[in-house]
Ligand binder design. Structure first.
Ligand code: HH2
Length: 257
């Protein structure tokens, strides 16, 4: 899964794809490089961010979706029913909601009505404050229990279970140690029986693991290593910014498995 953030302020690629033409070109390039789907988002969820209004989010993503219609498999990264509805009408096939239908419960019905693929992600707290003091007794078990409950909510609102993938939400209300433990114990999440998506690409925990305690992003080599490790532990969807490098690495990891 390639990432295209149509935002001025994303932590990883903020401003790079704010122009709709550039965003659409980046999405096309990612598919040429081997992405199976491109995740398009109009709202940054980086630590500290406060969110954008629905009108602004639509203004950011709709021109990109219009430019791409039909060419590229699209996932829409949104927590808002109205944005998802418009994106699905414009051909998106997946809804990636970092709030797992908590921000806007009406989103579940929109996904059900379109029989869309859905990614449900775990987050402790909200982006504005989530990195202040995240705490868990048992991070893997708590994340799995949360996702199991959100999956039941989605199914109760008409989303088919076969359409759902689950994501522990690397960096969303988690310390470096929490992120590491979630990957080490990915089997706890896989036991829920759904495909697991991991988004570790460029996240600050990787920069910290690579030796810089002040890191705010993660270097490419560290992102690739995390994706390969996640793949080897059973994740089957890797959300990444640098598609070509990840596709190459994952092809080799697969050949050597
Ligand atoms: N991470 C980000 C955004 N959306 N969705 C899922 N399912 N999983 C993730 O790990 C995930 C996500 C944050 O990364 P990015 O999109 O690069 O930055 P920003 O939120 O600042 O736009």
């Amino acid at each position: 899964m390639g990432v295209v953030n149509v935002t001025p302020d994303s932590f990883s690629d903020g401003g790079l794809h704010f122009d709709p033409e550039l965003a659409a070109a980046a999405a096309r390039r990612m598919v040429e490089e081997g992405a199976a789907i491109v995740d398009i988002g109009g709202e940054s969820t980086r630590p500290g961010s406060g969110g954008v209004a629905v009108g602004e989010e639509l203004r950011r993503v709709v021109p990109v979706l219009e430019a791409l219609q039909g060419d590229v498999p699209v996932s829409i990264d949104t927590a808002k029913a109205e944005v998802a509805r418009r994106a699905l009408e414009l051909g998106a096939e997946m809804v990636n909601d970092v709030t797992a239908f908590r921000f806007d419960p009406a989103l579940a019905e929109v996904c059900a009505a379109h029989d869309a693929y859905v990614c449900l992600m775990h987050m402790q707290g909200e982006p504005r404050t989530m990195q202040l003091d995240p705490r868990y007794d048992d991070v893997a078990a708590e994340v799995a229990a949360f996702l199991e409950e959100r999956m039941a909510f989605a199914v109760a609102h008409g989303v088919r279970e076969e359409r759902i993938c689950l994501d522990p939400g690397i960096g969303f209300g988690k310390t470096v140690e929490h992120n590491v433990e979630l990957l080490r114990r990915l089997d706890v999440l896989l036991a829920l029986g759904r495909p697991v998506l991991i988004g570790f690409s460029r996240k600050s925990s990787l920069g910290k693991l690579a030796g810089d305690p002040q890191a705010t992003t993660g270097p490419l080599g560290a992102s690739v290593a995390a994706a390969v490790a996640a793949y080897e532990r059973g994740a089957t969807i890797l959300r990444v910014h640098d598609v070509r490098e990840h596709v190459d690495a994952l092809a080799v990891a697969r050949a050597l498995a």
